[in-house]
Design a binder for this molecule. Structure first.
Ligand SMILES: Cc1cc2nc3c(=O)[nH]c(=O)nc-3n(C[C@H](O)[C@H](O)[C@H](O)COP(=O)(O)OP(=O)(O)OC[C@H]3O[C@@H](n4cnc5c(N)ncnc54)[C@H](O)[C@@H]3O)c2cc1C
Length: 393
């Protein structure tokens, strides 16, 4: 940048996961860009624990997220009524406290907290106080919204970070303990051991609707802890979520709605999540890395083209995942869903890693579908066409 040139201005509306990662990636790679990260809340990232497998990231994405990682483990476990599985795939978690602390340190004055954006377009945004910020590039990272052109189900949960009276004895996460009573669809408990007596216990459901009854799930976590012989001494944090699971989608419709205001949608807003888990951390890291690596001028049009390319690629690659969701939700009775998941988790670890990373090979897909399906064949055939699932909603 010559001394006479003014820096290009990048405005990001929403300092959640996607917006904060993009801002940090630009701060690291593009000193010629003046960033504004406008977040309506009083901290970045809200109240979340974001987790993912180490194998979900390429080296550049890993370098971006590494400074934020709060916990890492060398493997994880799953339990089903028919058996238990242990894997050596690394697992990691980012606590929103750490995202907030590290990003604010790196971004400094670029972060504007308590700054709700009330309207945005391709050239800027209007803030709640009526003032307008002009920018060369505008990113809409305001988080989940009603997605158009999709058929969804939900992964809903309530998680309690607790301190136990005694050590729990876990050395690595339990991603799914599905050897629990199967209620409201596929149910499992998710455990992240943050310390010898510190644990995140999440009661999770693959369900038809997103409603979470906090009182009921809190009691079920009490009952689960008691059954494991754990006494909860204190509850330190609660997080609740209902993540979208995509059964069918029409990308042109989704994209038209997501871009209607003219800014570049990212994160959940842009449909950038894993159809079967609702997780968006790996795709958020990929989006941030790709955008910050673009050479040349930073404009809304150029970032829009790049994110649309990522969305197209993701949508095409995840067609098989959407079909698996249709098999899971439309073909079999809810109380048998755990058998589908149990069978899947008995497959070879590299295949499971590729599944979560969105990188299944054709041979993996054949392997997943091979053998006697745990759902009725006729219903399975009926669930296959995406168009039909899209029409029936
Ligand atoms: C409790 C919970 C746990 C999750 N766990 C995982 C996980 O383990 N792994 C994973 O990959 N995914 C997880 N997800 C799913 C997904 O990754 C998260 O929802 C992720 O935070 C989505 O990122 P995002 O940037 O699209 O939206 P968000 O992170 O929700 O960010 C949106 C931000 O925009 C701000 N905002 C909204 N409106 C405005 C406005 N008008 N002006 C300014 N700012 C605004 C919000 O305050 C928020 O900070 C979880 C989701 C939840 C709810």
């Amino acid at each position: 940048m010559s001394k006479l040139q003014s820096p290009q201005r990048l405005l990001i509306a929403g300092g959640g996961l996607a917006g904060t990662l993009i801002a940090t990636a630009f701060a690291a790679r593009r000193p010629d860009v003046a960033i504004t990260l406008a977040e309506s809340g009083d901290r970045l990232g809200g109240n979340h624990t974001w987790s993912a497998f180490g194998t979900d990231f390429g080296p550049r994405e890993r370098a971006l997220i590494d400074p934020f990682v709060s916990h890492r483990w060398d493997g994880y476990d799953c339990r089903f009524t028919g058996g238990a599985f242990t894997y050596s795939t690394p697992y990691l978690s980012i606590a929103s406290d750490d995202l907030d602390r590290v990003a604010r340190h790196r971004l400094g004055d670029a972060v504007r907290l308590d700054t709700p954006v009330t309207a945005l377009d391709a050239a800027g945004a209007v803030l709640a106080d009526g003032s307008r910020i002009e920018a060369d590039a505008v990113i809409d990272a305001r988080g989940p919204r009603q997605l158009a052109g999709v058929t969804l189900r939900w992964q809903k949960f309530l998680g309690r970070e607790v301190r136990l009276a005694d050590p729990h004895g876990l050395t690595q996460p339990t991603i799914m303990d599905a050897a629990v009573p199967q209620l409201d669809g596929y149910r499992f408990v998710y455990l992240l051991p943050f310390g010898p007596d510190r644990l995140l216990i999440e009661d999770t459901y693959y369900a038809e609707d997103p409603a979470v009854d906090a009182a009921v799930l809190t009691e079920r976590i009490d009952a689960y802890a008691a059954a494991r012989g754990w006494t909860i001494r204190a509850e330190e944090r609660v997080e609740v979520g209902a993540l979208p699971l995509l059964l069918a989608g029409d990308l042109p419709t989704l994209w038209r709605e997501a871009t209607a205001e003219g800014a570049v949608p990212v994160g959940l807003r842009a449909g950038l999540f894993h159809p079967v888990t609702g997780y968006s951390l790996p795709l958020a890291a990929r989006t941030a890395t790709r955008l910050a690596e673009l050479a040349g001028p930073v404009t809304t049009a150029r970032l829009m083209a790049a994110v649309e390319g990522i969305a197209r690629d993701h949508f095409a690659r995840s067609a098989f995942d959407r079909m698996l969701n249709r098999l899971l939700f439309l073909a079999g009775p809810p109380e048998r869903r755990h058998l589908v998941l149990q069978r899947f988790h008995g497959l070879p670890q590299p295949l499971i890693e590729r599944f979560y990373a969105g990188a299944l090979k054709r041979s993996d897909q054949a392997r997943i579908l091979a053998g006697k399906p745990p759902v009725p064949l006729l219903a399975a055939l009926g669930a296959l066409p995406e168009r039909a699932a899209l029409r029936s909603g």
